[in-house]
Design a protein around this ligand. Sequence first.
Ligand code: FAD
Length: 492
Amino acid sequence: QAVVHWFKSDLRLNDNRALHMAYEIAKENHVPLICLYILSPEDLTAHIASPARVDLTLRTLQLLQRDLAELDIPLYMETQEKRKDIPGRIVELLQQWGANHLCANIEYEVDELRRDAKLVRLCAEKNIDFAPSHDTCVIPPGALSTQQGKQYAVYTPWYRSWLAFLKGNPDYLELSEKPGRNPGDARQKLSELFDCQLPATPENKKLTEQEKKRYEELYPAGEHEALRRLEKFLEKKAREYNDKRSIVAGEHTSVLSPYFASGALSARTAVVTAKRSNKNHLDRFDDGYITWISEVAWRDFYKHVLAHWPFICMNKCFKPESTNIEWEYDPDQFQAWCEGKTGFPIVDAAMRQLRHCAWMHNRTRMVVSSFLSKDLLIDWRRGEQYFMENLIDGDFASNHGGWGFGSSTGVDPQPYFRIFNPLRQSERFDPDGEYIRKWVPELRDVQGKAIHEPYERGAGPIAEKNGYPRPMVDHSACRERALAKYKKALQK
Ligand code: FAD
């Protein structure tokens, strides 16, 4: 007999609900705990996991295997080409190991729910106990509803309800203990599982050596690093977060999103630790901590939206009327956007930051998504996909939510006529042009405020000499065109 925990996007030992449950069951029954991870290249392609994200996952698995081995718990990993084979293979492995308990955390995307529903059926047929756990959100989807019993579609009232729920149900903020030594003798009985190799990186997800080295330096893997970063952020930067979080130069945010995405850090741990730093308050005392907690809550919010309106997983807009928007598609303009060569310095800096770091600041994510969907009138789904192809923190729910926000096709209640002006955003959130100078070397020698708009403000010769393009569109004209198109779509 044995108990199996199946790791997915929850690659950590600390505060992992399903892993904790697996450990407790193993302890109660004095049987070994085995951990399992299955990589499906088809799945990675279908979900557009970026090479940087796959690399981080594999690096995290390596450390997880080491930490588990110290507790005499094996982590068995293998590759299954076809994702439809995963449930059958899991049951096969459990039978091979004589295991009759399976634990795993729930992922709320449609494909994942279908996969797990199949697994529930297969397990039932073979008398294997399988009880999936809610883990990824601080409050599970479905637990919060409006007075009419409906799912919230607007963040602010949802957040009030999120806070009230946690005050009334403090156990949701209790962290699960990490497992101790394996309660069963896995070393003797299952020794071959300890020698398991890391799955190979699928061909289409390989990084260049240079990229690999860069991401290893920028984002060391694993939960020890995640916890170290969390502590450091809360100690050194969180108090200023409310004032500085939108300043795009320097590092004023936590850059913990890669760790949430790989599951090296739980949202609960983040909220509980921030609350502790804030004299045990969630929503009073220090504005920095309060605001940061409310940002982590956005992650929950978008997962709740996804779980309640699963059709958004099918390439659809949240607002059905947005389907009527007549998008335009100029491949050269799209390419220029991707490469950071639009002639709008703040947009270009952001897109180049994405290329270099596989990460982008939240403010500029808003700016570039608005620019693509409103100024260029290119279907936001192209941008959503490009982000997934490149982000190390690519997360379907947050990315879809963010693109819905930027293109006014999502849950955000702001009317479509809120169109970001790239120049104003640049002047406001990169006042000294530090971010632009860092990412757009062609403009490094431009002095003062001309950096925001070099051709209009007397720095044309420098920009031209260094090959920096002129603005590819006229923002005011594009704004009018977008307003007209959106208006027409909504009147249909
Ligand atoms: P901090 O400011 O330190 O915030 C802490 C954590 O709160 C973040 O790590 C994140 O988990 C959560 N958070 C903060 N803001 C948001 C938000 N607006 N929506 C959801 N969660 C939030 N985030 C992703 O994790 N993955 C994505 O694929 C993603 N795509 C986005 C696409 C667009 C167009 C936009 C506008 C936003 C997107 N975001 C995404 C949200 C946000 O930009 C990032 O979470 C944030 O920039 C990560 O940096 P950080 O860890 O320093 O955040």
